[in-house]
Design a protein around this ligand. Sequence first.
Ligand SMILES: Cc1cc2nc3c(=O)[nH]c(=O)nc-3n(C[C@H](O)[C@H](O)[C@H](O)COP(=O)(O)O)c2cc1C
Length: 264
Amino acid sequence: MKSEQVKKVTAFIGSPRKQGTYGAVREFEKYLRSYGEIDFEYVFLKDYNLERCKGCKLCFDKGEEYCSLKDDRDLLLNKLDNSDGVIFATPNYAFNVTALMKNFLDQIAFVLHRPRYFSKAFTAIVFQGIYGGESIVKYLETIGERLGFHVAKGCCLTALEPITEIEKKKIAQKINKASARFYKKLMRHVLPTPSLSKLMIFRLFRTSYRTITDEKFRDYRYFREKGWFESDYYYYVQLGFVKKMAGRFFDFLAQWIAKRKLRI
Ligand SMILES: Cc1cc2nc3c(=O)[nH]c(=O)nc-3n(C[C@H](O)[C@H](O)[C@H](O)COP(=O)(O)O)c2cc1C
């Protein structure tokens, strides 16, 4: 059994091979372990059976259990659920994540609608030969935010093979900094107060769902069961005056948009 203090960190790796991206995650693990005791797991997406999403949207509308694909999705979701911290690591393939990583993201996309990882830390590592990876880091950070994670700024590492000693040193410095940022989030006990943009996203979604009031719609039931139709945010926070007023405005706006769409 893992003790209370030992944090479980899982790295989901989207490379089809064990080279640059894997090496970067190993380095990240090394630094992380220098800060404190960590239970670290590697998940190589290439070793899991993940079918391609058929686009039926049943997971969005009715629930994830209605997905017709019988594969390892739930196994991977369990790994996310049982982690205190998560790393999504991928090479840059044609200015994007690899197909392995994208397929994984598509399969868990329903969690973007029904976020759940509020007390967990997240970061992204992108490895590339030349350029274009910074926007992939940003993309993965957005995914992390929308899944509910507490996101630490990720890192983009660049080196053409064979990697020189200078490149290795530069990469190690970047990973060192990224691991320190992640560790800080991992050890944080208090959930953060949302930024205005995060508050806006929450209020727009929840108020439009509340206005639509459709019991058949899984997102509606999820938000109702979580008590999110009455709460200020996904979790308890004390909002200051400005955010309270802004929240009311976002609620009003979402209601107005939903009513217009439904012509109530
Ligand atoms: C199909 C493919 C597309 C790639 N596209 C890019 C790219 O757009 N930009 C870039 O900088 N590197 C690109 N690369 C280089 C990889 O990002 C680089 O080789 C990286 O080290 C691969 O990670 P790995 O060592 O973990 O496999 C591409 C490589 C492949 C195989």
